[in-house]
Design a protein around this ligand. Structure first.
Ligand code: ADP
Ligand code: MG
Length: 654
């Protein structure tokens, strides 16, 4: 427990996650403030940040519009100046004539604007100092006190790293690193300390994952032997040749399925790269062996979409196939688990299908489940599992995030694809976008219009989409057949709508982001995204992936608000989308723009919320940690406690 902290401060610190001495020791400064030179008052000049030391002569409180200013006359042996604090009215009581102060700040007009200060004899303000993520009620100054107090105990911290490893990796002791983190002599010290602590973090995760891998070695699945007649017929009915990447993915899957070790493979590939075709192959391998296959999707819409793709192929092959979602009628739901291939939402398949019959499970968009649920699927029963994701992340990162999976990548889309042409248009010229869209409609193509993301709830989004569809029917899209797809449609209506769009009975789908994943209509070759600046990069890329799915040239027209209304980040996102259609490249850009700790958006959870590690900058460390983890799988020592702590917090017994 932190000492010398009253209940109010304690509560406030609690909000920052600071409860124990350990928390305080591990509270990372997000930057260090450089030392500032000391100046005599007469020597102050320009905008230079400097420190003055002197005595308070007088104090007053002033209101200027909404601001409360504390002004104090401060004198040293060279002269006098008015020091100004903004919105810290309570300070007026603590500043009294005769008090010695040290103030850090800079000239603003004839006054001295104070950024930080020491009252009485203390002097830390001028020094090179850590700056902590603070809140309104917990100042950086307070945090310096708290972490400073905790440092007394730094020597009591157990160093989890074996000594040989520290020596070979050239890492400082953990206690030294903690001291240097909070009290570095120079910036480089702080960085070296951070890397040591980051290494611990990465190693802990890697070790936990390595052990889990090892634990899985004891688990058994049914070996499915070699591919047979059914998948051969499947290849024959596909209207295209599989690409080299798809073939490679399939042979890796075949190799996995041949053994008794349950497959745990991540199939990552950009939107439209042809993952679903591969996934269905894996499911048919289960059917071939007289077992079942299940395709699990995170949402009903996505499950329905998959079903629309999978069912016709199954019919042609004489394989029974059923949809299992909460909106499917009770009778059909009872029957579904008997089908050879079941497509549905994750939760329902879990409940409904006897997993001993389940030889292959495909889990789509796994990042949406987070690592935790993934572990839950596994508990006890072991089908071979293929995880699919269209949010490609760089391979080294995939190894960390999904360290216990084998990774297969479909890097190249089918060769007949033309790269999608992407244009960024500001809304004052939106009519250009609609002109281009209607021209393509007249050529027999179909289109999507994606509504802005402004609305909070699914219901108000649905309403806004309906209104927008109405507006377009009367305006820009007059004479065309316009449907509206949103998350509040009854499932039957949604299925009908998609089916009629597929059958070309509609020209345009006005939609909310429910079309983000899974919708697959090759003749839809143009998309307008309204207020595209409000969307995240990954999301725009996903949306864009709804077009460009056939041999025709496709277009994605990003309509944003006016340039002067856009943030720097929004401009960078839109420019990146225009510059490349490569999802891997965009994932890198996204990482750069969003910084660490948010790799896959807020939905990604837990295990990879690093405090010290920076995934991009620390790739070398990550590799080192991974190697070290392999060596240390059987190691018994303080590191184990760390592993247990991490995995227990996230409810993932290793
Ligand atoms: P993903 O699931 O990766 O988004 P899909 O498997 O849905 O991609 O494939 C996208 C589209 O490309 C589908 O219309 C599919 O029929 C088509 N497709 C898949 N593989 C090939 C291929 N080898 N050649 C031509 N078209 C393909
Ligand atoms: Mg797909």
């Amino acid at each position: 427990m932190l000492r010398g902290v009253g209940p109010t401060v304690k509560r406030r610190l609690g909000k920052l996650g600071l409860e124990t001495v350990r928390d305080a020791l591990e509270y990372r400064p997000h930057r260090y403030e450089p030392a500032a030179p000391e100046r005599r008052i007469v020597e102050l000049f320009g905008e230079e940040e400097a420190v003055i030391a002197g005595e308070v002569r007088s104090v007053r409180l002033q209101r200027a519009r909404r601001l409360k200013l504390v002004k104090a006359r401060v004198a040293d042996d060279s002269g006098e100046i008015t020091a100004v604090w903004f919105n810290q009215a309570w300070l007026a009581d603590r500043l009294s004539p005769g008090l010695q102060v040290r103030l850090r700040g800079s000239l603003r007009g004839r006054d001295f604007a104070v950024r930080s200060y020491d009252l009485g004899g203390v002097s830390s303000t001028a020094d090179f100092a850590p700056v902590y993520p603070a809140t309104e009620d917990v100042t950086v100054k307070k945090l310096r006190e708290v972490t400073g107090g905790a440092l007394e105990f730094a020597r009591d911290v157990v160093d989890p790293l074996p000594a040989e490893l520290k020596a070979s990796a050239g890492l400082p002791a953990r206690a030294d690193a903690l001291v240097a983190l909070h009290r570095p002599r120079a910036e480089a010290d702080g960085e070296r300390a951070r890397r040591r602590l980051a290494f611990d973090e990465l190693l802990t995760l890697q070790l936990g994952l390595a052990r889990r891998r090892q634990g899985q070695e004891l688990e058994r699945a049914r070996a499915l032997g070699r591919p047979d007649g059914l998948v051969k017929r499947y290849r024959d009915i596909l209207p295209f040749e599989l690409t080299r990447d798809q073939e490679r993915a399939i042979s890796e899957i075949d190799a996995d399925l041949a053994g008794e070790r349950p497959m745990e493979r991540l199939l990552q590939g950009d939107v439209g790269s042809g993952k679903t075709v591969v996934a269905l192959y894996a499911l048919l391998r289960a059917v071939e062996a007289d077992r079942r296959g299940a395709l699990m999707a995170p949402t009903e819409t996505l499950a329905e979409q998959h079903f629309l793709t999978v069912e016709p192929l199954c019919l042609e092959l004489g394989v029974s196939c059923a949809l299992l979602t909460s909106s499917v009628g009770a009778r059909a739901r009872r029957a579904a688990p008997n089908a050879q291939i079941v497509v549905g939402t994750h939760a329902l398949i879990q409940e409904g299908v006897e997993l001993t019959d389940l030889a292959v499970a495909v889990v789509d968009e796994q990042h949406r489940f987070g690592v935790e649920q993934r572990a839950a699927i596994k508990a006890g029963r072991r089908p071979h599992t293929l995880h699919m994701t269209a949010t490609p992340i760089p391979r080294t990162l995939a190894l960390t995030v999904y360290g216990d999976l084998s990774v297969t990548e479909i890097a190249k889309p089918p060769a007949n694809r033309k790269p999608i042409v992407t244009r960024w248009i500001t809304e004052d010229r939106a009519s250009d976008a609609y002109r281009r869209l209607t021209r393509l409609l007249k050529d027999g193509r179909q289109a999507y219009v994606v509504c802005p993301l402004i609305e909070q709830s699914e219901t108000s989004r649905a309403r806004a989409a309906e209104q927008e569809a109405e507006r377009l029917r009367a305006g820009e899209l007059r004479g065309f057949r316009v449907g509206c797809l949103h998350g509040r449609l009854r499932p039957d209506d949604r299925r009908d709508l998609m089916a009629s769009f597929k059958a070309r009975e509609l020209d345009v789908l006005v939609a909310t982001t429910v079309i983000e994943v899974g919708v697959d209509v090759a003749n839809a070759t143009v998309m307008i995204v309204q207020e595209a600046d409000r969307f995240g990069l990954a999301q725009l890329h996903q949306l864009r992936g709804r077009v460009g799915r056939g041999a025709e040239q496709s277009y994605c027209l990003l309509v944003s608000r006016r340039r002067e209304e856009l943030t720097e980040g929004a401009v960078a996102r839109l420019e990146a989308l225009v510059a490349t259609t490569d999802g891997f490249e965009l994932a890198e850009v996204d990482l750069e723009l969003r910084g660490e700790g948010q790799l896959l958006g807020t939905r990604q959870s837990g295990l990879t919320d690093f405090r010290f590690a920076k995934l991009r900058a620390d790739r070398d460390l990550l590799e080192q940690a991974r190697e070290a983890a392999e060596e240390l799988v059987g190691y018994d020592g303080p590191l184990n406690d760390e592993v247990e702590r991490l995995f227990a917090e996230h409810d993932l017994a290793a």
